[in-house]
Every structure is written in C-alpha cells, then in structure tokens.
Design a protein around this ligand. Structure first.
Ligand code: ARG
Length: 400
C-alpha cells in the first residue's frame, strides 16, 4: 500500500486543488478526504462528496452537528463568545473538524501525513494544526496552499488545466465558511473596507427592508447558562440553533460588518451572518445581568474576553481555557430563567427577564416602598468619597 495522506477537506477551491497537488507534487498514492458536517449547506456536502468521487479519493463525511452544537456552541453561549464583535463561528468549528479527521486517521491501516487547505494569511492554519499536532504528534502536516504560496487565480488556473471540477469562476469570488454558529463572507470587493456589502452576499438573513413587517416576541428558557426551550417548547441544542437561525434570520437579525485583527496581526474586513448566535448571546447576557453581582459581571467580562482570545487562536485544549471554564461554569449554575426578546427588522431587543436567582428585590428598588429605611443612609453618604475630599483640600492648600 502506497503512502497515505488524510486531507481535511471542505470541497471548496483550496482543498479541492489540494487533491491533485498531493498526488503530483507530494507523491501520495492514496488520498483520504474527510469532510466534517458542522451545519454547512447540504449541497456543499454533496458537492464535496461528488468531487471526491470524481477525483478518486477515499472519502468520509462525518456528521458532527449535534456534537458541535452541544460541546462547542453551548460553551460559547456560557462564555458570551465575542472576539472584537465576532461570535467565533469559524473558530469554534476548527478544533472539532481536526478532531474528526484524527478519528478517521486512527481507523486507517496507515497514515503518513495530514494535509489541509489553509493559506498562510489566515487563522485556520493555527487552529487546525494545533489540534492535529496535539492529538497525533508524530504525523507530519502538509499545507500545500501555504507552502506553494498560491493565489486564488493561480488555484483556479491549476484546477482548470487538470479538469478538476470547481464552482469558482472569476465572477464568483466570495470566500465563504459556514457552520451552525454562523456564516462568514470574505473576498472580492469586500476587501475594500469602504465598500458596502452587496445584498447578494447574504443567505441566512433578510435585509431590514425585506424582513417581516410585524415584530415577533420570543421567550428563551435557560438552564445553567444553556438555552433549553423556545416559547416553552423544549429543544436540544442542535434543533434550537437551527430553529433560531431560521427565525431570527427571517427578521434580519445577525448581520455583522467589522474589521477584525487576525492572529498574525493583519487587519481584515469581515462580514458575518449569525442569527442564532447573536440572539442567544444577547439573551444570555441579559440573564447574567439579572443574576450576577457587579463584581462577578466585571470579572466575567475579563474571563470571557480571555476565553474568546484562546478560542480565536484555536487553543481549545489550553489549560488556561480549562481554568477559565471552571469559573465560567460556576457562575452559570445560577444563570437559569427566562428572557423575552423582540425580533424586528434586524434587531433582537431584550424586553424582559426573569430568574429564581435574580439579585433583584422589587420592594428595595421601588420608589414607593418603606422596606428600606432611607434615614439610615445618612452616615454612609457622609463617608462617601473621603479620600477624594481630603485630596481636594490638599490641592486647595498647596495649589497642585
Ligand atoms: N475571520 C474568521 C476567523 O478567523 C472567519 C474565517 C473564515 N474562513 C474562511 N476560510 N473563509 O475565524
């Protein structure tokens, strides 16, 4: 049996071009392609399998949707996943994709290398290689696109010259990555940050103009930081995310147009559609605001930011991430209750929240109640700002 390479394969341009490259330039006789289903369009999966067949690889499609929803998207909700305004959709899926490729590799009689289609400019090379290298340290990793420094047009040329079936043409230039947690659109005229995103790039969200004319109120139920029901209807993570992507997307919720600082320091313009993610993160934050103390909220914002940076960098198995999650999960024990959101013309607005753990007492906060004896405050108010008052006096005296 000849040398075998396991290619982490999406069926897109980069990974498709990798197949003949791995044979012709790297001398692998046996190319195994692994496509991991994390919620990308069904046609893409079918296309990937079809191309793999035409190109004669040993192909595997691994359905990891339920696992992705439960073990990746739900922790993201708990940590309010947010990197510079990006809900981390692509970043969350990479470790799982690599993990599944490793599972396939372990089932094969022989593996001489892993290969992936990442270029040298992006974040995915770090994420995928970290996971492959951690789980199978002895298997070398090849990145043909990066090693050969190929541009998109060169790839298209190379594919055409070999009759490799691809969709991309010079007109269809968007680079798209999709999973349950979001859809990313890059490339073409979007590379100019001053160019408004054309309507054609969006597939999951309606524009505010096209969105429903009537607002819709939804009730989200959380248990220990995780959404478990919509409008009283219990739902497993996968079904809940799929349902919300549809519903919130129809209301135009989840469009993000941003500048993003990539790991290597490159600034890029990014467009995302993340209807379920944006809706769930908005609701989750609202519930934390009801049940957590001010100090917890501040500290958690720091922990969440650190968590997001680790996930952005693909360091899914970092000990710091585990430690942060110990804190995050402890806080989540009280993040149970309901949040009401109004979806309307591109926005998901919180209009109510309720929890048995609410650190809120209507009587105490009310203007019309005598439970709290206001006269007892006189002393506390007198002591308020003592150092600042001393400082002011000193400044008067010495004129600093
Ligand atoms: N910038 C985002 C990230 O690094 C999305 C990348 C999308 N990847 C892609 N191959 N189109 O997570």
């Amino acid at each position: 049996m000849g040398k075998t390479v396991v290619l982490v394969y999406s069926g897109g341009l980069d990974t498709t071009v990798c197949i003949p490259l791995l044979r012709e330039e790297y001398g692998f006789e046996h190319v195994v392609t692994v496509t991991v289903d994390v919620g990308q369009p069904r046609e893409d999966l079918a296309d990937a399998a079809e191309r793999a067949k035409i190109l004669g690889t040993e192909h595997y499609t691994v359905d990891a949707r339920a696992e992705f929803a439960r073990d990746y998207c739900m922790p993201a909700v708990k940590a309010n996943a947010d990197y510079e305004g990006y809900p981390l959709s692509t970043a969350l899926a990479r470790p799982l994709i690599a993990r599944k490729a490793v599972e396939v590799a372990r089932s094969l009689p022989r593996v001489d290398a892993f290969a992936h289609g990442c270029t040298g400019k992006g974040n995915d090379q770090f994420r995928i290689e970290f996971m492959l290298r951690t789980l199978m340290p002895d298997v070398p990793i090849i990145a043909p696109m990066r090693e050969r420094n190929m541009t998109r047009s060169e790839e298209i040329e190379y594919a055409r010259a070999r009759g490799v079936p691809i969709h991309q043409s010079s007109e269809k230039i968007w680079s798209i990555d999709e999973n349950l947690w979001g859809r990313s659109i890059e490339g073409g005229r979007l590379e100019d940050p001053s160019h408004a995103p054309p309507e054609e790039i969006f597939k999951w969200t309606r524009s505010p103009q096209e969105a429903h004319f009537a607002p819709q109120v939804i009730e989200l139920t959380f248990e220990e930081g995780v959404p478990v029901a919509i409008d009283g209807q219990p739902m497993a993570p996968l079904a809940l995310i799929e349902y919300l992507n549809q519903l919130a997307g129809d209301h135009g919720v989840g469009r993000i147009d941003m500048m993003e600082d990539r790991m290597i320091g490159l600034k890029v313009r990014e467009n995302y559609e993340c209807p379920a993610a944006v809706t769930l993160l908005t609701a989750h934050r609202a519930l934390e605001a009801l049940v957590c103390t001010r100090d917890e909220l501040r500290f958690k914002a720091e922990a969440d930011r650190a968590w997001a940076e680790l996930v952005y960098a693909g360091l899914w198995l970092d000990p710091f991430k585990e430690s942060l999650e110990a804190f995050i999960n402890k806080v989540q024990e009280r993040v149970s209750g309901k949040v009401w959101l109004r979806l309307f013309k591109g926005s998901a607005s919180v209009i109510g929240r309720e929890s048995r753990w609410a650190l809120y007492d209507a009587a105490l906060a009310s203007f019309d109640d005598k439970t709290f004896d206001q006269s007892e405050m006189s002393g506390a108010v007198k002591a308020h700002g003592l150092p600042a008052r001393l400082y002011y006096q000193l400044k008067q005296r010495y004129g600093a």
